[in-house]
Write a protein that binds this ligand. Structure first.
Ligand code: FAD
Length: 348
């Protein structure tokens, strides 16, 4: 049996480990804290949209991933996908290029998509105030993943397929993984340590650890939540309340890890204009979260240039979660030599 070590039990590492285990590999997964405990994959929610501008690859990947998430839900008996739809509000006084580009790709790939006027939005989604101007592209079959629950389901499935989860802090040492001082090796070693990648492999890529803050605003969870939304013109996106944590509003900015970030007042101003029903709702908490940014916005997947058994995976660029099962499948295909490693994901 071929053996693998995967470092990182976030959505990337677990999706890869599960896929290897399903393909008959003997897999050990190393994580410092355990699945769903820390990092960007342990958040309450992540948007699953198909829209990706003109890029068909990520759109098709998100579509395959949704099938994968549904299979995982059926296999584990856990419900973690909320099919609430996603609304892409087009910037006012602009052609809405990213939104309309996305719509064209969705149509080409046969993914349900509609373009709504502000009047249609007011009648279908009355929580949103577009004040009579503008349009939105609506993805009715997109939605939100309960991220932490989804990661725990991935872990349960990987274990059921034979993967072993080990708690410990790993560092690379040539083609070995040293876990809490104890070296180990396997036929293949995959490092998927999320935003720690640049620190563990300095100078190897232009990946940077960056921060984005989510704000949770008091709002009761509805039996049928309205859509998640992206508001590119105002630089915000959000997720309807799925629990007592409240509605999530996120200024879509990439911050240095220690930068001050936006304050509650910015978020309040946005909500006052866009969601009149939340006008007096208090901001309950701010949640800083880290991810890995690449200058070109693409994932990373490639063999280490000097360690012959070692591959690096990451560069999620703040939009990786949704792709989990599809990315796991794809990475395994590349590593097993079934697909050529794509140039745009190469270590760079
Ligand atoms: C605010 C915010 C909003 C986002 N919104 C979305 C969204 O709406 N939709 C979407 O698709 N994506 C979204 N993302 C991105 C998404 O969360 C990430 O792409 C994804 O979670 C990255 O997963 P990962 O497995 O690469 O990393 P991680 O989740 O960080 O997992 C890495 C794991 O490796 C472990 N680890 C690290 N170093 C070591 C070590 N040395 N030894 C042992 N273990 C180690 C960590 O403990 C961790 O469990 C968002 C990110 C942020 C920050």
């Amino acid at each position: 049996m071929t053996t693998a070590i995967v470092v990182g039990a976030g959505v990337f590492g677990l999706s890869i480990a599960r896929e290897f285990a399903l393909r008959g590999w003997s897999v050990r997964v190393i994580d410092e804290r355990g699945p769903g405990q820390t990092g960007p994959s342990a958040a309450e929610s992540r948007v699953l949209r198909f829209a990706h501008g003109t890029d068909e690859w990520y759109t098709a990947s998100a579509l395959r991933a949704l099938d994968g998430w549904r299979e995982l839900a059926a296999e584990t008996g856990r419900e973690f996908f909320v099919d609430c739809g996603v609304l892409l509000i087009e910037p006012e006084n602009a052609a809405g290029t990213w939104e309309l580009d996305s719509r064209a790709v969705l149509e080409r790939l046969g993914i349900p998509v509609e373009r709504l006027t502000s009047r249609e939005i007011a009648s279908r989604f009355p929580a949103f105030a577009l004040n009579g101007v503008g349009f939105a592209v609506y993805e009715p079959t997109a939605g939100v993943l309960r991220a932490r629950d989804a990661v725990l389901a991935l872990a349960a499935s990987a274990i059921a397929a034979g993967a072993e989860l080990i708690r410990g802090t790993a560092v690379p040492d040539r083609d070995r993984v040293v876990v809490d001082g104890v070296p180990g090796t396997a036929d293949l070693i995959v490092w998927a340590p999320g935003p720690r990648l640049p620190a563990l492999f300095p100078g190897m890529t232009s990946a940077r650890r960056v921060r984005q803050d989510s704000f949770y605003v008091a709002a009761p969870a509805a039996a049928e939540p309205g859509p998640a939304w992206l508001d590119t013109g105002r630089g915000m996106y959000g997720v309807p309340a799925l629990s007592s944590a409240g509605t999530k509003v996120v200024p879509d900015v990439e911050l240095e890890p220690d930068a001050p970030g936006r304050g509650d007042a910015d978020v309040r101003g946005y909500l006052d204009a866009r969601f009149p029903g939340l006008r007096d709702a208090p901001v309950l908490r701010r949640e800083p979260c880290f991810y890995t940014a690449m200058p070109d916005g693409h994932f990373l997947l490639g063999p280490h240039p000097r360690m012959t058994r070692t591959w690096l995976v990451g560069g999620d660029c703040g939009h990786g979660f949704k792709h989990g099962p599809a990315w796991g499948h794809y990475v395994c295909d590349v590593v097993e030599g079934r697909s050529a490693p794509p140039a745009r994901f190469a270590l760079r």
